[in-house]
Design a protein around this ligand. Structure first.
Ligand code: PGA
Length: 257
């Protein structure tokens, strides 16, 4: 195994009540108290980040947390946005950027995403950069798509600063579905992404963890993770039950890559 596996979960805006979010965070923390082989992160719904952060810290949890978005500026006139200053103040580590839902429904473009990635790394937050293709493509087209996306999203950043970054490969067509993308397809795409990262960033690409997201469940996690360039999974709905989330983590650990 080349890189330590990592499993994360985003609550999007599925779980918005403080009690529910805190109970979830505590349950997962208790289930994962002794986990050493896998890094873990939780991205709560924005309105519950603060109480979740407190619960995780008070629990001495190994689970790191983060935000699903940040504003492209640190502070100032940007009504309704969320500043990374708050995330840092709460002790957050990760920031998810460029998710399909933000790119599509909120028209977030590569230029804005690049500004946010820059801001995150300047402030020692770890970006989780989401990339994906709208529909299945052959390898040649995939390489073009990811070359364009990564060149734009990571422009003007010192590659050394991206050592910790996560890339979340999330094919648009596999998000919110019954089943994840096929494991062979995912293995091929991760291989292509690693190649593109090598061309764009050089050797740092060997340290960057590339995780798969899009309808991952306890049934698909092991097969998907069972590939050299898949370094973990990014879970959505199928981890909303803490026991299922735990099962997904256990399945990833069984993968033989
Ligand atoms: P899903 O969400 O597993 O519910 O499809 C994954 C994601 O969008 O990150």
């Amino acid at each position: 195994m080349k890189r330590k596996p990592i499993v994360g979960i985003s609550m999007k805006i599925y779980q918005n009540k403080i009690d529910d979010a805190v109970n979830y965070a505590k349950s997962v923390s208790n289930l994962e108290r002794d986990e050493k082989q896998v890094d873990l992160f939780l991205l709560p719904s924005l309105g519950t980040i603060y109480p979740v952060s407190k619960a995780l810290l008070e629990n001495n949890s190994i689970i790191k947390f983060g935000a699903q978005n940040i504003a492209p500026i640190k502070n100032g006139a940007m009504t309704g946005e969320f500043s990374l200053e708050s995330l840092i103040d709460m002790g957050g580590s990760y920031v998810e950027l460029g998710h399909y839902e933000r790119r599509t429904f909120l028209q977030e473009n590569d230029e804005v995403i690049n500004t946010k990635v820059q801001l995150a790394v300047q402030n020692n937050l770890i970006p989780i950069l989401c990339i994906g293709e709208p529909q299945k493509e052959d390898s040649q087209n995939l390489e073009k798509t990811f070359t364009n996306m990564l060149n734009s999203d990571l422009a003007n950043i010192d590659p050394q600063k991206l050592n910790n970054m996560l890339i979340a490969y999330e094919p648009y067509w596999a998000i919110g579905k019954e089943e994840a993308a096929n494991a062979d397809y995912v293995a091929n795409v991760h291989h292509i992404i690693r190649k593109v990262l090598q061309n764009t960033l050089g050797n740092v690409s060997q340290n960057i963890r590339i995780i798969y997201g899009g309808s991952v469940s306890k049934n698909s996690a092991k097969e998907i993770a069972n590939s050299e360039d898949v370094d973990g999974v990014f879970v959505g709905r199928f981890g909303h039950d803490p026991n299922n989330f735990k099962k997904i983590i256990e399945e990833v650990k069984k993968a033989q890559y």
